[in-house]
Design a protein around this ligand. Structure first.
Ligand code: ADP
Length: 530
């Protein structure tokens, strides 16, 4: 009897581990599963350019680069590729994975093709959070916000050049997107503020950490839990068509084997072109030589593939330069650091601008300084509130001193000027009035709790606001404004929503809101055809 029990226990354990492996691999089989490695090439570039990094910092980068991957550690093996899917999704960033989840929920058989060796794209790098208004988390924290205010502030931030229909749809669907994420086990209930906003509507993970890694990890886990096939090293080269209708893709796997896969609809979620120096130069010659915060897969492939299908673009010269990027490692320092109270000073230790103004204006102010460089200055209070700073510290980007004077010495900056700037700022916080530069947000706490910290920053290419033209159904439009049947797009590959200047926290909102819509609408299209 005991022996039989033991045998059953062993069989049960074997069955359970097999189930766990299968769950982890999506549709993958244990033996044939590819293992994701530390392959985000932006990481290797960063490592190369950061000569002074410690081994610990390098290891940290490796961990971070595979944050999305390590959630499950494996993707669908090529042997499981099918000839046909209901919906092909090009790009495994935030928009692509969100679209896949909605398509699957609508009963579809979707597939994701990601050209890099791990999913996540630029989404993995996003830090500030996800903007949304009238959310349950805002209500619980007594924050009075409205979709109308979110609309107006985004429009003002974009200098009134945003696509107003898209913007209205965006703000009105922001709270439901937060709820949807929550229902997927991705909870963004910690609120902060970014430049150009008057209310706390930037939703972050509970512990206040950077949103990207948490979001990607959650989405990858959900995609795999739902058994959605996700191929990496799958570089889509062309969208195929029949009588003007998108009907599949040509994709090269692992740099060598080309396959044509047919589909009833195609969703393009390939992100922006911030890592494509040629395109940047073409549209904005003045930005030649700027560092980029983008992952190397952000090369604008989706835009050219959609143009080949007759699609059209908007705002291609609207390229956002982020004001606070560490130049040596091309590493973005999120707006939350300022949102939680940091100030900016020049190399003499003087403040020079309203730190919480919109990105374009802060960038313009820094660009006027010597060497286009400035310092974010903050205290231990900011450090404890903006968790992303731990990451920056591990990367060796943060300098510190017990007192403002000690910090100034470390930075080689006149101590009296820095001290005077801090005194003046603390008085402005107490008076709730920044008479010098008119800042009126991110002023809840002064900078008086040592030790003090600094991060040296300058501007870097960050986000391409322009892209392909879509309508609110995420259908891709041609030059005449007509829909290209079967072709959908969402996320940074699209243009119009942000106009000439994107507000921090709006890109994550965009990929979730329009990513969901793409999944839903493409599924409706496929069902109508069936
Ligand atoms: P979004 O925020 O719009 O989701 P991301 O940059 O996060 O954009 O994700 C876009 C993803 O698409 C990236 O992971 C990128 O590597 C991938 N990608 C770009 N071009 C292709 C392509 N030709 N084939 C497959 N994947 C692609």
């Amino acid at each position: 009897m005991k022996r039989i029990n033991q045998t059953w226990t062993i069989l049960l354990m074997l069955a359970l581990s097999a189930m766990l492996i299968l769950a982890g691999c999506g549709n993958g089989s244990a033996g044939a599963t590819k293992t994701a490695e530390a392959t985000n090439k932006s990481t290797s570039t960063e490592v190369k350019t950061a000569a002074d990094q410690t081994t610990a910092a390098k290891n940290e980068e490796k961990t971070e680069a595979t944050a999305g991957a390590s959630a499950a550690g494996s993707y669908t093996p090529l042997e499981q590729l099918q000839d046909h899917y209901d919906i092909v999704i090009i790009g495994g960033g935030g928009a692509g994975m969100t679209a896949a989840l909605e398509a699957k929920a609508a009963g579809m058989n979707p597939v994701i093709f990601e050209k890099m060796e791990a999913p996540g794209g630029n989404t993995l790098k996003s830090s500030s959070g996800m903007n949304a208004s009238q959310t349950k988390f805002q209500a619980a924290q007594g924050i009075k916000d409205s979709n109308d205010l979110f609309y107006e502030e985004t429009l003002k931030g974009g200098h009134d050049t945003n696509n107003k229909e898209m913007l209205r749809f965006f703000v009105d669907h922001s709270a439901s997107a937060i709820d949807w994420l929550d229902s997927q086990g991705i909870t963004l209930d910690n609120l902060t503020i970014t430049g150009g906003m008057k209310e706390k509507r930037t939703h972050r993970p509970t512990d206040g950490s950077a949103v990207g890694q948490y979001l990607v990890k959650g989405l990858v886990a959900d995609v795999q839990k739902q058994g959605i096939q996700l191929f990496v090293g799958a570089d889509v080269k062309e969208i195929t068509q029949e009588n003007g209708r998108a009907n599949g893709v040509k994709v090269i796997f692992d740099g060598s084997s080309e396959k044509t896969v047919s589909a009833d609809a195609v969703i393009v979620a390939t992100g922006g072109f911030g890592a494509n120096q040629e395109l940047i130069k073409k549209y904005r010659p003045d930005l030649e030589g700027y560092v980029t915060t983008n992952q190397p897969g952000s090369t604008g492939d989706g835009i050219s593939m959609i143009e080949a299908m007759g699609g059209t673009t908007v705002d291609m010269d609207q390229i956002q330069v982020h004001p606070t990027v560490n130049q040596e490692q091309s590493y973005l320092i999120g707006e939350a650091v300022r949102g939680e109270g940091a100030i900016l000073v020049d190399k003499t230790g003087s403040r020079f601008f309203n730190e919480m103004d919109t990105r374009d204006k802060v960038t313009a102010a820094i660009t006027k300084l010597d060497n286009r460089e400035a310092y974010l200055i903050f205290d231990s209070g900011v450090k404890s509130r903006a968790k992303a700073i731990e990451q920056y510290e591990k990367k060796g980007l943060v300098q510190s001193g017990e007192t403002p004077e000690a910090l100034a010495q470390t930075l080689g900056m006149p101590a009296d000027t820095l001290q005077a700037a801090l005194d003046k700022w603390n008085a402005a916080v107490a008076a709730k009035k920044d008479a010098e530069f008119g800042r009126d947000t991110g002023m809840e706490h002064d900078l008086s709790a040592g030790p003090y910290y600094a991060i040296k920053i300058g501007p870097g290419i960050h986000y391409t606001m322009g892209g392909v033209k879509i309508n609110n159904n995420t259908e891709v439009l041609n030059k005449e404004g007509q829909v290209i049947p079967g072709l959908y797009a969402a996320g940074e590959v699209t243009g119009g929503l942000h106009g000439q200047n994107r507000i921090g926290g709006n890109s994550v909102a965009e990929i979730v809101i329009f990513g969901r819509e793409a999944g839903v609408k493409a599924a409706e299209f496929v069902k109508a055809k069936q």
